[in-house]
Design a protein around this ligand. Structure first.
Ligand SMILES: Nc1ncnc2c1ncn2[C@@H]1O[C@H](COP(=O)(O)OP(=O)(O)OP(=O)(O)O)[C@@H](O)[C@H]1O
Ligand SMILES: [Mg+2]
Length: 223
């Protein structure tokens, strides 16, 4: 068997991260093929959000490599990382990070605008797909927590990213809305070939994944 990293999809090899003297995780290796959906589970504080931030090249790591579509993220400088993220990544943050001074539609349109591709019809379709039709002109402060989470999900999907990273995307949603959101995320994976990495405490969400990986301080393991 070849040990060469996969050219397609996402490949993490022997990743280690610490804050000061404190190790968060070490020896994390995993592959996510295009069209594949993996779930990452693990106790609170074990480093799941930190790992996702590394996968998006939003955070630095101390050892190991992350490769996406043959591009080694550690070799990119800050500007190259930003351009890579803009083109390739959809990220649903645990804390949403919706921009407060933009209305809902403008927040969702942001990834398209950053690529110079305005598409109001697609933004409207995304709004409807997450059950927020008619709220495009509202400001984030006029939405509930679950509605904000759905804005964040629409924003992560609107530019059809090849790498979809979602941190507890259904944490604030009722079971029926959560199921709808999981349908949307898996659609981007199954029909558009995205690699999906989902961090979740939800068994229902993890049950949809091709593989469930368990993050621990000393590595990551199947099941
Ligand atoms: N900027 C930082 N400086 C120092 N320590 C940090 C920093 N950010 C996170 N940590 C620590 O790193 C560890 C991993 O945090 P992280 O947010 O990745 O956990 P998590 O697995 O996502 O937890 P949860 O399930 O609660 O979201 C925690 O112990 C946290 O306190
Ligand atoms: Mg977290």
């Amino acid at each position: 068997m070849s040990s060469a990293p996969t050219r397609q999809g996402l490949s993490v090899r022997s990743l280690a991260k610490h804050y000061g003297e404190t190790a968060v995780f070490s020896n994390v290796s995993l592959d996510v093929a295009p069209g594949e959906f993996i779930a990452i589970v693990g106790e609170s504080g074990v480093g799941k959000s930190t790992l996702l931030n590394c996968m998006a090249a939003l955070d630095h790591w101390d050892d190991g490599t992350i490769t996406h579509e043959g591009v080694e993220l550690g070799a990119l400088d800050g500007e190259q990382r930003a351009i890579w993220r803009r083109l390739k990544v959809g990220f649903v943050f645990q804390a949403f990070h919706v921009l407060p001074h933009l209305d809902v539609a403008q927040n969702i349109a942001l990834p398209l605008m950053l690529q110079g591709k305005r598409d109001d019809a697609r933004v409207a379709r995304m709004l409807a797909a997450v059950g927020l039709a008619g709220t495009g002109e509202r400001l984030p402060q006029q939405l509930s927590g679950g509605q904000l989470q759905r804005v964040a999900i629409a924003r992560a999907l609107v530019h059809r990213p090849a790498l979809l990273l979602a941190d507890e995307p259904t944490g604030n949603l009722d079971p029926a809305t959560a199921a709808k959101v999981m349908e949307l995320l898996t659609l981007q994976t199954r029909e558009h070939g995205a690699s999906l990495v989902l961090v979740t405490h939800s068994e229902a969400a993890a049950a949809r994944a091709d593989r469930v990986l368990h993050l621990r301080a000393d590595g990551i393991a199947q099941g």
